[in-house]
Ligand binder design. Structure first.
Ligand SMILES: C[S@@+](CC[C@H](N)C(=O)[O-])C[C@H]1O[C@@H](n2cnc3c(N)ncnc32)[C@H](O)[C@@H]1O
Length: 256
């Protein structure tokens, strides 16, 4: 298993670096995920979300935009647009973890030919799937990395779309601290995720069941404020908005 410093050093090399299209010319950290990487999956991911993210039989089904839309009660497009609008053409952006549906292609399109999108995910199957979806976008690339470890590279901006509710609190704090450290001064971080819905929300009881049986780490996110999760948050100016009766939140920080 690569050490933190080795992996960090590898990623440091890709900061503000335009990856060659030919995979054989890429630095080691950007080559196709090796089988060994599969054994490095976090316990919480293997134990809780194999059915959702690690099973080659379910991934193609869950990756369909219609399924993503249903899971987010018809709000997927609106939430993706809201996140993508935070970024500008020409920026170098880190996407924290793969996202089902067309989120990554939307982000790559927004960044344009002069921009660069880097998607990091700990699961090789998700990286392979993301690479397939990003094939038409040469300025976008995806590689295996565990975001609980330092990223070791900096970007103009970072985007974390519905990852935080799927990780336990200690991993969440590491991920948030690592993403904040990966944003350059003046740069932006965008979190989109679940939020505590209003008491009258008609979906409240259903979401309570979903969180209880399918998303066991989500309630700990609802109890927290992302903008104060780790001490490093103090180095950012924050704004927050919620939508769909408070069920979803977008939290945006600008590094001072
Ligand atoms: C972004 S989240 C959920 C996204 C959302 N449910 C969707 O529409 O796809 C799911 C991804 O997070 C990845 N993941 C979980 N823990 C991670 C970690 N520590 N580092 C990198 N990726 C991680 C999983 O492998 C999975 O592909």
């Amino acid at each position: 298993m690569p050490s933190e410093s080795k992996r960090g050093a590898a990623l440091r090399r890709i900061t503000h670096y335009n990856p060659p299209n030919n995979a054989s010319q890429r630095p080691q950290a950007m080559r196709d995920p090796s089988p060994a990487a599969a054994s490095e999956l976090p316990d919480y991911l293997r134990e809780t979300y194999t059915w959702a993210y690690l099973d080659h039989r379910t991934v193609p089904w869950l990756d369909r935009p219609v399924v993503v839309s249903a899971i987010l009660w018809g709000n997927a497009s609106r939430l993706m647009d809201s996140a993508v609008r935070e970024f500008s053409p020409g920026q170098q952006v880190l996407q924290a973890a793969a996202v089902y549906g067309d989120f990554s292609p939307r982000l790559a399109r927004q960044l344009g030919d002069e921009g660069q999108l880097t998607v990091l995910d700990v699961a090789p199957i998700q990286i392979a799937n993301t690479r397939r979806k990003l094939a038409p976008w040469p300025q976008a690339h995806a590689q295996v990395a565990d975001l609980t470890e330092p990223v070791g590279a900096t970007f103009d901006a970072a985007c974390c779309f519905f990852l935080l509710h799927e990780v336990p609190p200690h991993a969440r704090r590491h991920i948030v601290a690592n993403l904040l450290a990966a944003v350059e001064p003046g740069g932006k971080i965008v979190f989109v995720d679940y939020h505590q819905p209003r008491w009258w929300h008609p979906m409240g009881p259903i979401m309570a069941l979903v969180f209880r049986y399918l998303e066991p780490f989500a309630n700990s996110l609802l109890a927290d404020s992302i903008d104060t999760l780790v001490p490093e948050c103090a180095g950012f100016e924050w704004r927050k908005e919620t939508c769909f009766g408070g069920l979803y939140q977008k939290v945006v920080g600008i590094r001072r």
